[in-house]
Design a protein around this ligand. Structure first.
Ligand code: FMN
Length: 181
């Protein structure tokens, strides 16, 4: 494949042919996927959680969601040891939580001292004030590259009513990640 100079001004509608990595980077920067926070409690009592943009519902029956966690994150080791994970869906007023869980690392701070939460299924931290959450057993884990995809059963959950707008990637893309990926 040929690579065109990235800084050449393109006429609107022009297809720029480049390599897959550059195309994906460019396309992803313009998307607005919903942001979630994944939390975990390991059997030894360690708690962790981080902001995740790589997530999606991946099954209807049984209800399951998938969330990809960087192998470098503090949350990764805790989530790998945890029998249950919680996935929180953020509302447009949850920027503070996104900043805390996406801009700080559990290697340096205890995020759970800085927010309001309660123990959920198996003690997994359930964050207060979010748009909604689901929690359940980890049905599978898949190495997908520099991230691992965790498949989480939606066995328990809750949601706010009426439901407001969601917090998407575009609203938090200026947050400096607390951990290198
Ligand atoms: C907009 C945005 C999206 C992010 N998406 C992901 C993601 O999909 N998966 C992931 O593991 N980390 C993602 N991060 C990075 C982590 O949330 C961040 O590095 C966090 O500080 C890690 O915390 P921890 O080290 O306590 O686990 C994202 C950060 C931001 C700002």
């Amino acid at each position: 494949m040929t690579r065109q100079a990235r800084d050449t001004p393109a006429t609107p509608g022009t297809t720029v042919t480049t390599d897959g990595e550059a195309a994906l980077h460019e396309l992803a920067a313009g998307l607005d996927p919903p942001m979630v926070i994944v939390t975990a409690l390991a059997p030894d009592g360690r708690r962790s959680g981080c902001l995740v943009g790589f997530s999606a519902q991946c099954s209807i029956h049984p209800p399951r969601v998938l969330a990809c966690i960087s192998k470098a994150n503090h949350t990764f080791a805790v989530a790998t040891a945890a029998p249950v994970l919680a996935v929180h869906f953020l509302g447009d007023d949850d920027r503070g939580l996104a900043q805390l869980f996406g801009g700080e690392t559990g290697d340096e701070v205890d995020k759970f001292e800085r927010c309001s939460w309660r123990p959920g299924p198996n003690g997994v931290p359930v964050l207060d004030g979010v748009k909604g959450w689901v929690a359940g057993a980890v049905a599978g884990r898949f190495d997908v590259g520099d991230h691992v995809a965790f498949v989480v059963e939606a066995e328990a959950g809750g949601y706010e009513e009426p439901s407001g707008g969601q917090l998407g990637f575009q609203a938090v893309k200026d947050v400096e990640p607390g951990h290198d990926a």
